[in-house]
Design a protein around this ligand. Structure first.
Ligand SMILES: C=C(O[C@@H]1C=C(C(=O)O)C=C[C@H]1O)C(=O)O
Length: 151
């Protein structure tokens, strides 16, 4: 079984990216230590797999773009909530709302066939980031300008 020769966890680039690409793809699947640059792994033996992976990557790229757009809109909305809370003298966090959100997201994840832990990590990430921004807004006396152009 071949190991990466450069010790970086990356297979060497360019010609001969992998001396045994299918070996590289299968034997190192699931380990974070090893990596294969798919583009450079395009050989007659792997061509079909490379073609399918590239098509799937176009979909993945579209999804990533949509997610970033959605996150931008979410943070713009939560920052506006932060301004309203600061001006009304409310605390940044609302734990009751968070409990309802996590329940809802777990249900949605289950229905969608998504690991509920991913829904929980998502919720944890966005809510903690939103509350950090709320605190910064509160410290600035309800001035959303503290976030500059970024929500
Ligand atoms: C945005 C709010 O503030 C906080 C952030 C939340 C979020 O990011 O969804 C939810 C509850 C609050 O802890 C809110 O109360 O709606």
């Amino acid at each position: 079984m071949s190991e990466t020769s450069n010790g970086t966890g990356e297979w060497p680039q360019g010609q001969g990216n992998t001396s045994s690409p299918s070996d590289a793809l299968s034997s190192h699947a699931g380990t974070d230590q090893q990596a294969t640059t798919i583009e450079a792994a395009d050989t007659p033996q792997t061509h079909e797999a490379v073609r399918k992976i590239e098509a799937l990557r176009a979909t993945i790229d579209n999804i990533d773009a949509a997610v970033v757009h959605l996150l931008a809109e979410r943070f713009k909305a939560t920052s506006q909530v932060g301004v309203l809370k600061a001006q009304a003298g409310f605390a940044p966090a609302d734990l009751r709302r968070e409990e309802q959100q996590i329940e809802r997201l777990r249900r949605i994840a289950q229905d969608a066939g998504l690991d509920t832990q991913i829904a929980e990590m998502y919720k944890q990430f966005v809510v903690e980031e939103a509350k950090k921004r709320h605190r910064r807004i509160a410290e600035a006396g309800g001035d959303p300008g503290v976030l500059d152009i970024y929500a």
